[in-house]
Design a protein around this ligand. Structure first.
Ligand SMILES: [Mg+2]
Length: 138
């Protein structure tokens, strides 16, 4: 897929050596998000549902997780709760929810599930960069 790059040109951050997991079921969103993250020099892993995300979380060490809320098999809320259980207070990986729309109560629901923050789709590169800088030192 060809992606217009002009709206990405303001990205200046380089997260070289940082690894991020993107849990997202929709292929176009996967591709666009991965593209933006690679412009920031992240190493990117993809998971298409919560179960797959948990498997990758168990096997790898990530600097952050971008978590789609609506996914088949296991949704983002359930997945985030499970990750917090597995961490058991020993560590805290930043989890940023990807929400389809900023519905009232969405933010509270994300935070209640143990997520740190959220951004609304469609994701803008600058917005993504800003939120990642808040949670990951580059
Ligand atoms: Mg989805």
């Amino acid at each position: 897929m060809k992606i217009q790059v002009n709206f990405m040109t303001k990205i200046t951050s380089k997260f070289t050596g940082r690894k991020i997991l993107v849990a997202e079921d929709y292929p176009v969103n996967q591709e666009v998000t991965q593209y933006m993250l690679e412009l920031m020099d992240f190493s990117v892993d993809l998971a298409e549902n919560g179960i797959e995300a948990l498997k990758k979380f168990d096997k790898n060490s990530y600097d952050a997780i971008l978590m789609d809320i609506q996914m088949p098999v296991m949704d983002g809320f359930e997945t985030a709760l499970e990750i917090r259980k597995r961490e058991a207070g020993h560590s805290h990986i930043p989890i940023i929810a990807l929400t389809a729309n900023a519905l009232t109560g969405d933010k509270e629901k994300c935070l209640a599930a143990g997520m740190d923050d959220y951004i609304s789709k469609p994701i803008e590169a600058i917005q993504l960069e800003t939120i990642l800088k808040k949670y990951i030192s580059n």
